[in-house]
Design a protein around this ligand. Structure first.
Ligand SMILES: [Zn+2]
Length: 249
């Protein structure tokens, strides 16, 4: 049962059809892992906290630099030199002190179990971390919502291969042979804040649908590509790779 403060805090979302108080209770009982506290991780954590995801754990080992501030919207000038995960957790609790937000000042790797989480947000910009999160999410049957952004383009997808064998996994679409291919990252190629914020907001939009909404249509099995120049959002239907070494055994 929601208490009076919760009913007020979440009043504008529980009145949405198919959401209601049961949806809010499910959000409050959801344990989220957020890997990365940068351009995507900031809007993801802030909106997830505001929406009332009850338990949030944020991983990032990096320190806030002045060049992060054009997009990593939870981090302020006065926070330069602080750890990103720790600062983001503090900013989330300023919005919503009624949830639990934990920061881990370390790099996420395959030794960390995801069994205790219901939902995983991939907000990293490291190909290796993306494969690790895909592997762990698939094996532990968790929902993985991944985002990425560079220059004025962004990508978003919900992966549920461990929960439904008809869905592809991240590796089906981006085989590991790509891992060693040259990548364009924000440091070298550039990025603007509105694009990371849009993709991060969409990651939480999908998370709210997955957890709170009744009678929703999951977008798992599709890849969304956003072009910030033309404002076109492409939806690409994905198919499972029957030779995928992870999910097609
Ligand atoms: Zn696969």
């Amino acid at each position: 049962m929601l208490n009076n403060e919760d009913l007020n805090r979440y009043a504008r979302q529980v009145i949405i059809p198919n959401f209601d108080e049961q949806g809010q209770e499910r959000l409050l009982n959801t344990r989220c892992l957020i890997v990365g506290a940068g351009g995507l991780g900031c809007p993801v954590a802030l909106y997830a906290s505001a929406a009332g995801f009850g338990h949030i754990e944020i991983y990032d080992q990096d320190i806030i630099e002045i060049s992060n501030l054009n997009r990593q919207i939870a981090h302020k000038n006065e926070h330069i030199g602080n750890n990103k995960a720790e600062n983001l957790a503090q900013e989330c609790l300023k919005i919503n002190p009624n949830i639990s937000v934990i920061s881990e000042k370390k790099k996420f790797d395959e030794t960390i179990s995801v069994d205790n989480f219901d939902l995983i947000f991939d907000c990293s910009d490291s190909p290796k971390t993306k494969y690790t999160l895909n592997y762990l999410s698939h094996k532990s049957k968790k929902i993985l919502i991944s985002g990425s952004a560079v220059q004025m383009e962004g990508q978003l997808a919900v992966w549920k291969s461990g929960l439904n064998e008809d869905y592809p996994c991240y590796e089906c679409i981006f085989p590991k042979t790509f891992e060693k291919a040259p990548t364009t990252n924000c440091r070298e190629a550039g990025i603007i804040g509105p694009v990371t914020s849009l993709i991060g907001s969409m990651q939480v939009n999908e998370a709210i649908k997955e957890i709170a909404l009744k009678n929703y249509q999951s977008t798992a099995g599709s890849l969304f590509l956003f072009d910030g120049v033309t404002l076109i959002l492409d939806k690409i239907k994905l198919t499972k790779n029957q030779l995928c070494s992870l999910c097609s055994n």
